[in-house]
Ligand binder design. Structure first.
Ligand SMILES: Cc1cc2nc3c(=O)[nH]c(=O)nc-3n(C[C@H](O)[C@H](O)[C@H](O)COP(=O)(O)OP(=O)(O)OC[C@H]3O[C@@H](n4cnc5c(N)ncnc54)[C@H](O)[C@@H]3O)c2cc1C
Length: 404
């Protein structure tokens, strides 16, 4: 019998396991992950950015956890010798219409207590000589890291704190018997007093297995990347972002210097026909049918039809992708870029067609379900884990009071 059973070995599940082990050193903790490696989905296929928190509405969970999380992530990396760099980034306006949006972003960043600087075009060039823009913001606290390495360290710490971790273990059924949750997997049955659902792209399904309605469905949006050829990496010094469209939770295709020195460009945001579909041709009948029969999807599609079509074009046409990147760096050419990995975002969508903007964490008697943890959840993971651990009482069968 475990005290805490965590479903999902991405960064949110692992940081939660680590935080629970610290808060309750005598508790029996188990992490169940269906893949043969940690961080095999969103966490291991992301941009590797430690976000500062500039974009998020002050007072939201994203603003709170990202601001604090960027500091705790850097501290975690320093403590455990994980390569990272607080290199800062620039957000640049390339059209006059974007200037008010840039100004709003600057004000929002100040409200979120960030260290920022407004830049004119020449000042942007001093940092990023190949960028062409009319104004920019420098965000000093943005950093880069390899989140797979962070996860490996978190898994090691869970083990050293006495926790159990099981890879290749997929939760298929959840039964409640008295005060116990029985997690049935392909690799045996695990009994726990309290379950924490951190299943990312499958979090809504796990919630349903536990008879919880998260009131939102996960819709998978694939983000595809190109990589600058080594001889073209000189075009990018740090991280270069456009002003994002405030109607979307995605940041627009951008350039990111990764911690291994490579430079990635992307990600776009296209509907994926499979929750874990990393290739354009990936298709899963259940995943596809669930999206197509969900009224919320059609309401979203009707509202953003033109952006959706643009994203599909950009996915299939390298020229269109390069055209978006040239708005930031006019010199970049198709010949500078080669396709590289893709990631799939788990974005919760409500029945009325609204994307769930903030992190969504749903509580029940002896479970917590993390039902929306898109970007910047990797950055925020240590703080999300701590908040979950704080919310769970020492006698797990008591009602939780999540004071996030
Ligand atoms: C393209 C892209 C770029 C991004 N860039 C950034 C960035 O730069 N910075 C940032 O902070 N965030 C970024 N994000 C967001 C960030 O990666 C995610 O918010 C974060 O990784 C979510 O972590 P997670 O643990 O909730 O999900 P995941 O990493 O997806 O982990 C969930 C785990 O649950 C497992 N699982 C699912 N079902 C079951 C089951 N039935 N039984 C057992 N295990 C199960 C899965 O196999 C998976 O390993 C990006 C995301 C994407 C997709």
């Amino acid at each position: 019998m475990y005290d805490f059973g965590i479903i999902g070995g991405g960064i949110v599940g692992l940081s939660t396991g680590m935080a629970l082990g610290r808060r309750y050193p005598n508790a029996r903790i188990v992490v169940l992950e269906k893949e043969r490696l940690w961080a095999n989905h969103q966490t291991g296929n992301n941009s590797g950015v430690i976000h500062s928190g500039i974009y998020y509405k002050p007072g939201s969970f994203k603003a709170k956890f990202c601001g604090e999380g960027s500091r705790s992530m850097v501290e975690f990396c320093r403590t455990h010798g994980i390569s990272h760099e607080v290199c800062g980034k620039v957000i640049v306006a390339t059209e006059p219409e974007q200037l008010p949006l840039l100004e709003n972003l600057y004000k929002r960043g100040l409200e979120n207590n960030l260290k920022l600087a407004k830049l004119c075009a020449e000042e942007v060039k001093e940092i990023e000589p190949h960028v062409s823009c009319i104004a920019g913001i420098r965000v000093f606290t943005t950093g880069i890291v390899d989140y797979k390495q962070v996860c490996q360290k978190m898994a090691d710490l869970i083990l050293s704190q006495g926790g159990d971790i099981h890879l290749n273990t997929k939760v298929e059924k959840i039964c409640q018997t008295g005060e116990t949750q029985v997690l049935e997997t392909n690799n045996g049955t695990f009994e726990t007093r309290f379950a924490i659902n951190c299943a990312g792209l499958h979090s809504d399904r796990i919630a349903k297995l536990a008879h919880i309605d998260p009131k939102a469905k996960i819709v998978p949006f694939r983000g595809e990347y190109y990589e600058l050829k080594p001889e073209s990496r000189y075009l990018v010094k740090t991280l270069i972002y456009p002003v994002p469209n405030p109607a979307f939770p995605f940041l627009g295709v951008h350039f990111t210097r990764m911690i291994d020195g490579s430079v990635h460009a992307g990600p776009n945001a296209v509907l994926s026909f499979k929750r874990e579909g990393y290739k354009k041709t990936d298709f899963d009948i259940r995943d596809f049918t669930e999206v197509m029969t969900y009224p919320g999807f059609w309401k979203l599609a009707a509202k953003h039809a033109s952006s959706g079509i643009e994203e599909i074009i950009r996915s299939f046409s390298k020229a269109a992708f390069v055209h978006s990147l040239q708005k930031l760096i006019p010199e970049v050419q198709a010949s500078d870029l080669v396709p590289t990995h893709a990631g799939v975002r788990a974005q919760a969508l409500m029945n009325d067609g609204k994307l769930v903007d903030d992190f969504l964490i749903v509580e029940s008697k002896n479970a917590i379900h993390v039902c929306n943890a898109p970007s910047p959840a990797a950055t925020s993971s240590i703080e999300i884990g701590k908040a979950i651990a704080l919310a769970i009482p020492s006698q797990p069968h008591k009602q939780v009071a999540l004071n996030l």
